[in-house]
Design a binder for this molecule. Structure first.
Ligand code: TMP
Ligand code: MG
Length: 281
């Protein structure tokens, strides 16, 4: 924490206002999902599609090559966001074009998710169930693939009615074959645009000026830019990779930084406090 007192005051103010004033905005890949498990990287929503059911060997090879080129750029502490922006558009556009060529079938997505290495962070059930129980809206804002993301949370039994998703959704033809991606492309560094054009209009998020924001990328900090008249905003950043290179920037950017923490323990503890009885404080 850069400023412990600010963190404490924000949490106290959120607790005084109660769950009725709160919304949670979270990134998905490597924020709600784990970064690694037993020393191996956990699949992102894009990487879940790397399954022979859906794509051929050549496509796997090309997607991996792109990942090896662009992921280091995405997390490079020495490059500015302005510099990264066009390169991220390039990465996402190339990957989506490759996926479209593969004629992916909608009816096989669930099986690909079941067979993948994807894993939500430890404590995810307490997190999702707690928000649902207190009717706190959870906006999942992801540059991943929305259809796959939905299937991951469905298979983990946490796709509750308070969950709203903004992501890249697949557009299937009438036979259930992928033909395009819907709407404007979302990548790691243009979430502000999506926040203003989509999140700002979500009725369920209106009248909730307190925001708990979770992300693993500096681009995730703009996910709350669509909130009108925010009062208390607490940001939590998961620093998963390139820790030493990025620590200082993360500490200067997020209110709380969690270093190589594969759990939801801190967000869960904060939420538990916010929803604890006001009379006992
Ligand atoms: P997020 O917004 O839910 O975190 O999703 C974006 C992440 O997806 C980003 O950190 C990079 C990752 N990604 C892949 O793993 N493979 C890909 O092919 C692409 C385009 C992105
Ligand atoms: Mg992420």
């Amino acid at each position: 924490m850069r400023e412990r007192s600010r963190v404490e005051e924000t949490i106290y103010a959120m607790q005084r206002a109660g769950a009725g004033s709160l919304q949670v905005i979270s990134d998905f890949d490597m924020t709600l999902t784990r970064f690694a498990h037993n020393g191996k990287r956990v699949a992102t929503t894009h990487n879940i599609l790397d399954n022979r059911l859906l794509i051929n060997e050549d496509c796997t090879k090309k997607m991996r090559e792109l990942l090896n080129i662009y992921y280091p750029i995405e997390i490079d502490a020495s490059r500015s966001v302005e510099e990264k922006l066009p390169l991220m558009v390039e990465w996402w556009t190339k990957v989506h074009e490759l996926l479209i060529q593969q004629k992916i079938r909608k009816d096989l997505l669930a099986q690909a998710v079941r067979e993948s290495s994807t894993m939500l962070r430890d404590g995810y059930k307490v997190f999702f169930d707690g928000l649902a129980e207190h009717q706190v809206p959870l906006l999942i804002f992801s540059a991943g693939v929305g259809d796959v993301l939905e299937e991951v949370i469905r298979q983990n039994h946490v796709f509750h009615p308070n969950v709203h998703i903004i992501s890249n959704y697949m557009d299937f033809d009438h036979t259930g074959v992928l033909r395009a991606f819907k709407g404007q492309l979302i990548h790691t560094f243009n979430k502000r645009e999506g926040a203003l054009s989509h999140a700002a209009g979500l009725r369920e998020l209106q009248g909730r000026p307190n925001v708990l924001l979770l992300g693993d990328s500096l681009g995730d900090l703009t996910m709350a830019d669509g909130v009108s008249e925010p009062q208390n905003v607490l940001t939590i950043g998961f620093l998963n990779d390139q820790v030493e290179e990025r620590k200082e920037t993360y500490i200067n950017s997020f209110d709380i930084v969690l270093v190589k923490d594969e759990t939801m323990d801190v967000p869960n503890a904060i939420f538990r406090y916010i929803t604890s009885s006001r009379d006992n404080k």
